[in-house]
Design a protein around this ligand. Sequence first.
Ligand code: ATP
Ligand code: MG
Length: 441
Amino acid sequence: MDALGDWRRTHFLGKLEEKDFGNEVTVAGWVQDIRNLGGIAFLVLRDRTGTCQLTLLKKHHPEVWEKLASLPRESVIMAKGPVQANNQAASGMELVPTEAKVLGESKTPLPLGVADDEKSDIETKLDTRLDNRFIDLRKPEVGAIFALKHTILRTMREHFHKLGFREISTPKIVATATEGGTALFPMKYFENDAYLNQSPQLFKQIMMASGMDNIYEIGPAFRAEEHDTVRHLNEFISVDIEMAFSDEEDVMQVLEDLVYQSVLAIRNENPDELALLGVDPDIPALPFPRVTYTECVEYVNSQGVEVEWGEDLSMEAMKVLAKKYPDWSFVTRWPTAIKPFYAQPYEDDPLVCRAFDLNYAHQEITSGAQRVHDPEMLKANLKRMGLDPEEFDFYVKAFEYGMPPHSGWGLGIERIVMILAGLSNIRETVLFPRDRYRLVP
Ligand code: ATP
Ligand code: MG
């Protein structure tokens, strides 16, 4: 194999244009296909921006021919040569290499095809694809998902920055369950028992007592949920905010703006990727509808699906509701008893609380609330939910020396990417998903 030496890429393949015609360029990428006709061969080279035809001429450039003409597919090469118009080639141009390097030869056969898979294969072969993710990601429509994810994450960070939020990082190795749930991964921490954190909830609330006011975190959350669904992962990336001196409506406005900005950003910056994925997400109308939990129960019941006031909304109920609210919508004013201990009850009606969910059709994207900031109420709630206030001492303490009212939410980034990219399985949105049966790669 050749050494890289002082060769450097001058152009991405998908960015070559008419003004480059006649110029010598250096390109790099993976050999997608070679059609060898004897004295002439057509090699399709691919990088993350697209493909270009390399036309190999045996008589004129025998050294290049020797290196490239019978190379296995998916090998990595670099080539130098002039770009020129060619009506026969797919992109209307070709490159005629005068020099080439083979930098990484591929073994055969490939464990997974790149260019020759049908769209339907892509949906059915998920396990093989995830086992060979590095090859799977070479497919432009798979790479497109991660281009969108990048744009969405970047847009969110920029939006938070504009609003004056600071980015923080909280520990993922913890001693106590956030909500006392059982969905925790235990681990050994020297001589103690510890867990992987299921949410930054307690830590971001503690920060509200620090005077930092508005914070966000984008980091992993771990849930040892045993169910195996198309919308749950055992490790996901949670976008969390917490805002001091605010109520639930304030943070709902931050959230709907964020969704709006994210859709706008991918439409502006990723039109090619959206086309590859075959989606055209609508720019959402602001504000999103706000529907109370009680209205939801009444509507769902009127449609013949029984839900009792005080029960969580089942998937069946959510699907009925999605007929009336097929896009983005908030469900507000939840029964206090089915929301976490830190959700603030309404002062005039404590059976309902200042918690909300953001849904897209029947899918939950975000849960949030104004939080309890009175330490006595917090301790009483912990007890009522069967949790031991002593274990939460490090948390409750932060409420006893000056804690402002505050609100926040947590959003699963994979859920929003899944929706905006039009995907039916959340695993598609993670490079190396962790689910009930998958720990490698
Ligand atoms: P669900 O009811 O969908 O299981 P949840 O109500 O248990 O979600 P929350 O604890 O409210 O989840 O977490 C906040 C957000 O984090 C959710 O709205 C969702 O976007 C995301 N999320 C939660 N659990 C998972 C998971 N297992 N995989 C991927 N995303 C998740
Ligand atoms: Mg929730």
